[in-house]
Design a protein around this ligand. Structure first.
Ligand code: GTP
Ligand code: MG
Length: 228
C-alpha cells in the first residue's frame, strides 16, 4: 500500500487529505551479476563501479523523485542474486508495490531466471504489483544473446514494463524507475496517511487489507561481499 501525506480540499470546502507525498517499496530481483546493484547505484548516485561487489542478503537505498507536483520516495531493496539467498527473497518482495526483474542481455540463462522470478512474483507477491523487466548491459551489444524483441514480447505477454538498460552508460536507467513511478497508484483510497519520510520499509500498519497486514517486514541488511 502506498503511504501518503498532505491536504486536499473536498467539494464544499472541507479540508481532507491531499495526496502529494507517497512512499513505495520497490525490490530488484534477478540472477547474480546481472547488474541489480549497479542499476541502483546509477539511479541513486549516478555512479558505476566496474568491480561492483556481489550483494550479501540485500542492500537498501532510497531516493525521492518528483512527478509534476507529486513527490515519491522509493524505498529500494536490492536483493542478492546468488542462489543461496533465494529463500530470503520473499521477505523483500512481500509488501512491495513494485519490482524490477533484471537479466543480462549477454546471457540466456539469466533471461530464463528472470522469467522464473516473474512467475514467482505472480504467484506470491502483491497482485497489484507494478513489475518491470529489464535487459541490462545493453552496452555489450556485440555479445548479445537475448534479442530485444524476445524481452519485449515476453514483457507484453505478461503485462510487464520493459526496457533495455545499461548501468554502465546510464541508458534508460532513470527512465525505467520513472516509468514504474508513473504507473504506481497515487489515489488508492485505502492507503494510510502521513507515513512518507519515516524510513518505513515494510507493511503499512494502516493498511486495511488483512492479507497485507499479516505480512511481516523484518529485513536483513548487510553490506556487499566478494563474488563467489
Ligand atoms: P549480485 O549482487 O551478486 O546479485 O549481482 P548484481 O546483479 O547486483 O550485479 P552487480 O551490480 O554487482 O554487477 C555485476 C558486474 O557487472 C559488475 O562487475 C558490474 O560492474 C557489471 N555491470 C553491471 N551493470 C553493467 C552494465 O550495464 N554494463 C556492463 N558492461 N557491465 C555492467
Ligand atoms: Mg548486487
Amino acid at each position: 500500500m502506498a503511504s501518503r501525506s498532505g491536504g486536499a480540499v473536498r467539494p464544499g470546502g472541507t479540508s481532507a487529505a491531499v495526496n502529494k507525498n507517497f512512499q513505495f517499496k520497490l525490490v530488484l530481483l534477478g540472477e547474480s551479476a546481472v547488474g541489480k546493484s549497479s542499476l541502483v547505484l546509477r539511479f541513486v548516485k549516478g555512479q558505476f563501479h566496474e568491480f561492483q561487489e556481489s550483494t550479501i542478503g540485500a542492500a537498501f537505498q532510497s531516493k525521492t523523485i518528483s512527478l509534476g507536483d507529486v513527490t515519491i520516495k522509493l524505498d529500494i531493496w536490492d536483493t542478492a542474486g546468488q542462489e543461496r539467498y533465494h529463500s530470503l527473497a520473499p521477505m523483500y518482495y512481500r509488501g512491495a508495490q513494485a519490482a524490477i526483474v533484471v537479466y543480462d542481455i549477454t546471457s540466456t540463462e539469466t533471461f530464463a531466471r528472470a522469467k522464473n522470478w516473474v512467475k514467482e512474483l505472480y504467484k506470491q507477491a502483491n497482485p497489484n504489483m507494478v513489475i518491470a523487466l529489464t535487459g541490462n548491459k545493453a552496452d555489450m551489444g556485440d555479445k548479445r544473446a537475448v534479442e530485444h524483441q524476445e524481452g519485449q514480447e515476453y514483457a507484453e505477454e505478461n503485462g510487464l514494463l520493459f526496457m533495455e538498460t545499461s548501468a554502465k552508460t546510464g541508458l534508460n536507467v532513470n527512465d525505467i524507475f520513472m516509468a514504474i513511478a508513473n504507473k504506481l497508484p497515487k489515489n488508492d483510497p485505502q492507503a494510510g496517511a502521513g507515513q512518507a519520510g519515516r524510513g518505513r520499509t515494510g507493511v503499512d500498519l494502516h493498511d486495511s487489507n488483512p492479507q497485507n497486514r499479516s505480512r511481516c517486514c523484518s529485513a536483513l541488511v548487510v553490506g556487499g561481499g566478494g563474488r563467489s
